[in-house]
Design a protein around this ligand. Structure first.
Ligand code: DOR
Ligand code: ZN
Ligand code: ZN
Length: 419
């Protein structure tokens, strides 16, 4: 088929112009002007962007074990609706995804149950208990593209360094959730205006910054690629900048909620505003935008973290951390960063597709001829975020009703329309 006259953006090949994309079978067959449509289905893409499918290095699909929150099926349907063609599910499932067998099971189930590609992530330690290293080599052989203890950090630094050394040998990147458990002290919201207004225990910047520094330093020492998850503080962004300048093998992601919203916008004790790391201060939010503009961050990931309405009705003190993000990420990013003047559209595509693909060696993130036809068709039109339209089981977002620019019209995986 032919995607006709869209604004095609492919940073990898330096394409940024109105032209056609031809899909033959599961592959991209041609990109160019006035492609021959003889015998082809044609989708008129005038006024829309045609871009490589988005790649999300950070989602929680809750499957197995927490399927009231999400399943492989609903989580990947939500991803497709968000323009994503591949997602990396975090291993904090029940039980934790901590072995080659469990990775293999995910890979096997994905064929039937996932409408986008799965990039499995193994836990660093068995049961994510922080004591015994998982068999990382076997997990990698079974299909894991990274390791992560997401939901927490491996606090025992000797266990952690050993895992980083092993992962360095394997070429397996570490997706680092940076949180010093001993500093959390029961915090449920950013320490600052919101914690004071609501009288709730606060999470300080140090909780994140201390472990961020540790992890970046260990990347330098071990040679393991450390990818910082959901960087939320100005100082952590600065640490990433310094580590990159030092030539350490590091990268970093930022989540839409952290650059699109901050703690002074939390109106009440509503746990749809609760996630970890928390919505930080306005100064942090602005520093993240500045850092994005400066090219400090490699990618945008969602930390899509569905929970049930009942769980999220318990208020900040008792509800679990996390908000959904698959179906709001493009619009929040386009609105805040592109419309907001931080970056241009090709840079956004780089951050949501090209770079995340490279970090895990995924064969997406490009419209090169011969590449898999993983494609998103999106626009910058104005619309309203409406949770009732979400494919995700999770409706937990603070962005319901927000006016934004950015809409996903269609998503193709291996040439097949999945949204
Ligand atoms: O907000 C979060 N939700 N942060 C995490 O680290 C874990 C995640 C989850 O699993 O719900
Ligand atoms: Zn996390
Ligand atoms: Zn997470």
């Amino acid at each position: 088929m032919i995607l006709r006259n869209g604004h095609v953006i492919d940073p990898e090949n330096g394409i940024n112009e109105v032209c056609d994309v031809k899909i033959t079978g599961s592959l991209i067959a041609a990109v160019g002007h006035d492609l021959d449509a003889e015998g082809e289905a044609v989708l008129d893409c005038r006024g829309a962007y045609v871009i490589p499918g988005l790649v999300d290095l950070h989602v929680h699909l809750r499957d197995p074990g927490q399927t009231a929150k999400e399943t492989l099926r609903t989580g990947t349907a939500a991803a497709a609706a968000g323009g994503f063609t591949a997602v990396a599910p975090m291993p904090n499932t029940t039980p934790a995804t901590d072995s080659a067998e469990k990775i293999a099971e995910l890979v096997r189930r994905a064929k039937d149950e996932c409408c986008v590609k799965l990039l499995p992530v193994t836990a660093v330690t068995i049961g994510q208990e922080g004591t015994t290293m998982a068999d990382l080599a076997a997990a990698k052989a079974a299909g894991a593209v990274a390791m992560s203890e997401d939901g927490k950090s491996v606090m025992d630094i000797t266990v952690y360094r050993e895992a980083l050394r092993e992962a360095a040998k394997l070429g397996l990147p570490m997706f680092a959730h940076c949180e010093d458990r001993s500093l959390v002290a029961g915090g449920v919201i950013n320490a600052g205006v919101a914690s004071e207004k609501l009288g709730l225990p606060g999470i300080t910047d140090a909780v994140e910054d201390v472990i961020t520094a540790r992890d970046l330093i260990l990347a330098g020492e071990t040679g393991c690629h450390v990818h910082l998850c959901h960087v939320s503080t100005a100082f952590a962004a600065e640490l990433l900048r310094i580590a990159k300048e030092a030539g350490y093998p590091v990268s970093g992601e930022v989540c839409p909620h952290h650059f699109a919203m901050c703690d002074d916008e939390i109106p009440s004790d509503d746990a749809n505003y609760k996630m970890n790391p928390p919505l930080r201060s306005r100064a942090d939010m602005e520093a993240l935008r500045k850092a994005i503009g400066d090219g400090v961050f490699d990618c945008i990931s969602t930390d899509h973290a569905p929970h049930t309405a009942e769980e999220k009705s318990r208020g900040f003190a008792k509800a679990p951390f996390g908000i959904v993000g698959s179906e709001t990420a493009f619009a929040l990013s386009y609105t805040t960063l592109v419309k907001g003047g931080c970056i241009d559209m090709p840079t956004l595509v780089r951050m949501m597709s090209t770079n995340p693909s490279k970090i895990v060696g995924h064969t997406g993130g490009t419209l090169s001829v011969g590449a898999p036809a993983d494609i998103a068709v999106v626009t910058g039109e104005e619309c309203t975020i409406d949770v009732s339209e979400f494919k995700s089981k999770g409706k937990n977002t603070p962005f319901d009703g927000r006016r934004v620019y950015g809409k996903v019209l269609a998503t193709y995986v291996d040439g097949r329309r999945v949204y």
